[in-house]
Design a binder for this molecule. Structure first.
Ligand SMILES: NC(=O)c1ccc[n+]([C@@H]2O[C@H](COP(=O)([O-])OP(=O)(O)OC[C@H]3O[C@@H](n4cnc5c(N)ncnc54)[C@H](O)[C@@H]3O)[C@@H](O)[C@H]2O)c1
Length: 364
């Protein structure tokens, strides 16, 4: 009896230890539960941006390193073989996060159950083509794909339009997918935003990650306005305004702006091909920040449906500074706009209003 009593304490301790171990294992297992995969559509996936973009998505650059993904890739019939090749390479890369790949030329199959749609496919402007002719081809592509997305994608699908004219293609998509919340349809100006960060970091010989809060206003075209009036640099000793550190308003108001506006053309000149890796990377940044949020005190540029903020006409897709939280973007309010900026913001808005009426004339 005495022996049993003396055994009681160690047994209770052992029991407690075992129970604690079970609880820790349970919590650990719970924390390690794999997330449900997110389905991402990339249209124009056999093209050069698509080829750079899909491996980035499969590696977690878009949705995070612990988010499994299923990738749907859409292209047109003449690119079907090339698309098959991209699928083979995705399989060969054995990405642990990649839970499935669909490569198709069927727009309905491509759009089924999609949570995020990155619209890269479109009709490029060829030599000798009128603006209206290119617009007309893209309007009919975006009208058809809007309907397919509306019918077959997840109801809260987030859409990023990359293909040019990106702002107006996004507007057409919004018009022809009326049941999608208008906040879910955006276009890519993050590449221009990143180019602006890159130019400032080169000029100051600092890391691009230390520069923040540049703004791209307006159209993803040569009328866009890259604005550094509110941009800062983290000097390690507090934030300092970019204007103060650069100390050269002539450069900031002229060469800097035209360099960012013309960067796409300069890359074509150098590569004999348009930007692809930087465009793919910017598409990942755009969706990443939209879904997972912008860091505190930081904004990014996104082409979104104008609500009239900053005197921009409502009813166009215009690039604004935005912050994102819980999967929703909001336009940063209350920034001071000087006369120089006002004129440039109005000029790019005017171009978008003209593009909108050209697009609408193509629908008739
Ligand atoms: N917003 C930006 O910052 C930005 C930056 C760079 C390029 N772009 C634009 O992105 C687009 C793609 O550029 P790219 O270099 O990959 O071009 P690309 O020509 O290499 O690829 C485009 C792909 O789209 C496909 N396609 C054409 N019509 C389609 C349709 N109806 N459905 C699905 N796919 C279709 C083509 O077959 C091709 O594979 C272009 O419009 C380009 O101007 C935008």
């Amino acid at each position: 009896m005495e022996y049993l009593v003396s055994m009681e304490k160690p047994l209770v301790l052992l029991g407690c230890a075992y129970l604690s171990w079970k609880i820790v294992r349970h919590i650990w297992g719970f924390l390690n539960v794999e997330k449900e995969p997110v389905t991402v559509l990339v249209t124009g996936a056999a093209g050069q941006i698509g080829y750079a973009l899909v491996p980035m998505i499969a590696r977690g650059a878009m949705l995070g390193p612990d988010q499994p993904v299923i990738i749907h890739m859409l292209d047109i019939e003449p690119a079907a073989e090339a698309l098959k090749g991209v699928k083979m390479e995705l399989i060969d890369a054995a990405f642990p996060l990649l839970k499935g790949v669909v490569a198709t030329t069927d727009v309905i199959e491509a759009c089924k159950g999609v949570d995020i749609a990155v619209m890269v496919g479109g009709f490029p402007r060829k030599e000798g083509m009128e603006r209206k002719e290119v617009m007309s081809k893209n309007v009919s592509i975006y009208k058809a794909q809007a309907s397919a997305l509306e019918k077959h994608a997840a109801p809260d699908c987030k859409v990023l339009v990359v293909a040019n004219p990106a702002n107006t293609n996004a507007l057409i998509l919004k018009e022809f997918a009326p049941s999608f919340p208008e906040k879910n349809i955006t276009c890519l100006t993050r590449l221009d935003h990143n180019r602006a960060l890159g130019q400032i970091s080169e000029r100051l010989n600092i890391n691009a990650g230390d520069v923040k809060n540049v703004i791209i206003w307006g159209n993803h075209s040569s009328t866009q306005y890259p604005d550094v009036n509110h941009a800062t640099v983290d000097t390690g000793n507090g934030l300092k305004p970019v204007r103060e550190l650069v100390g050269d308003d002539c450069w900031l108001n002229a060469k800097f702006i035209t360099t960012v506006q013309q960067r796409g053309a300069d890359i074509i000149k150098a590569r004999k091909l348009s930007s692809a890796l930087s465009a793919a990377s910017a598409a990942c940044d755009h969706v990443h920040d939209w879904v997972l949020g912008t860091p505190k005190g930081t904004w990014v540029s996104m082409g979104v449906y104008s609500d009239g903020s900053y005197g921009v006409p409502p009813g166009i897709i215009y690039s604004f500074p935005v912050t994102c939280e819980k999967g929703e973007w909001s336009i940063v309010q209350g920034l001071k706009i000087d006369e120089f900026s006002r004129a440039k913001m109005d000029a790019t808005a005017k171009e978008l209003v003209e593009e909108k009426s050209l697009a609408y004339s193509c629908l008739k």
